[in-house]
Design a binder for this molecule. Structure first.
Ligand SMILES: [Zn+2]
Length: 83
């Protein structure tokens, strides 16, 4: 095997490993921190210094990861096709 071939396969392998790692993370820990409130669940209002409940996460400080959205969508489509 040519060393250049080996060098060309490294990025492909790295991308595949990153994708599989992210999907495993989405299965193990489906929720991430809310980006709007940084996981606090509270956000400063535009007027005054009042801290209100974050509307994006409804005060939980959590959001569903994008990969988990994709997994849930695939599961729903599979269930709909089985019916
Ligand atoms: Zn939030």
């Amino acid at each position: 095997m040519d060393p250049r071939d080996l060098l060309a396969t490294v990025p492909c392998l790295a991308i595949a490993l990153l994708t599989l790692g992210y999907l495993a993370l989405c299965v193990v820990d489906p929720f991430g921190r809310c980006r709007a409130c940084h996981g606090t669940g509270r956000k400063h209002s535009t007027i005054g210094r009042l801290r209100r409940e974050c509307r994006r996460c409804a005060g939980t400080g959590l959001r569903l990861r994008v990969g988990r959205h994709a997994i849930n969508h695939i599961k729903d489509e599979y269930q709909a096709a089985k019916r």
